[in-house]
Design a binder for this molecule. Structure first.
Ligand code: AMP
Length: 210
């Protein structure tokens, strides 16, 4: 099954992607995580993406389309994949169509703007493996280190309130039009993202029939 997880920043896409990925044994392809890994490794891709990410702006379509095209071609995507954070613009969605991977479902996790800033302020990211947590909604066991690898948890620099505002503005202007794009294809399923992570997982399982 090829799934797109859609929704504003902070809607819980990463958390839900991890759960569905384990349930269906298919990988999550998070463009944000791939870009952060490239920045950490200091690769040319990372250097190209760094400025846009720190400002909460979008990385250029060409760059993200290139990394997704390469990643989708890998053998572990043969039985399906979950896209988290891609596509974010109409040109990205059109490029994805041309890659030949048929999308089965687009899950639109709906969370109002008021909740987003509160959610983002509590978000924590593992400095080593990139796993994400929330101080209230999905804390790590000790609140300080990663349950998966033991490294220290940090605040993402683009989760600062002023950058979050910018990211939300860009979401509404550039990414939200994709709702109509996928509605027209009959692929969109709306998920109420306001509940607890477990409640949202329940709604997603229902929508996917798993
Ligand atoms: P995320 O982890 O999905 O919130 O992404 C973090 C940041 O990476 C975004 O604010 C963008 O700067 C960049 N990014 C991730 N995915 C994309 C994409 N599909 N198109 C453009 N920029 C992206």
């Amino acid at each position: 099954m090829n799934i797109i997880l859609f929704g504003p920043p902070g809607a819980g896409k990463g958390t839900q992607a991890d759960i569905i990925s384990a349930a269906l044994s298919i990988p999550t392809l998070s463009t944000g995580a791939m870009l952060r890994a490239a920045i950490k490794a200091g690769t040319p891709l990372g250097l190209a993406a760094q400025k846009a990410i720190s400002e909460g702006a979008l990385v250029s379509d060409d760059v993200v389309i290139g990394i997704v095209r390469e990643r989708i071609a890998e053998s572990d995507c043969r039985n399906g994949f979950i896209l988290d954070g891609f596509p974010r613009t109409i040109p990205q969605a059109e490029a994805l169509d041309k890659m030949g991977a048929k999308i089965d479902t687009v899950l639109d996790i709906d969370v109002p703007d008021e909740s987003i800033v509160e959610r983002m302020s509590g978000r924590r990211l593992c400095s080593a493996c990139g796993a994400s947590y929330h101080v209230v909604h999905s804390p790590s066991a000790d609140g300080k280190t990663c349950d998966k690898c033991g490294a220290e948890l940090t605040v993402r620099s683009d989760d600062k309130p002023e950058v979050v505002k910018n990211r939300l503005g860009i979401y509404h202007a550039e990414t939200e039009p994709l709702i109509g794009y996928y509605q027209n294809k009959g692929l969109l399923k709306k998920i109420d993202g306001r509940g607890t992570p477990a409640e949202v997982t329940g709604l997603i399982r229902e929508a996917l029939g798993i």
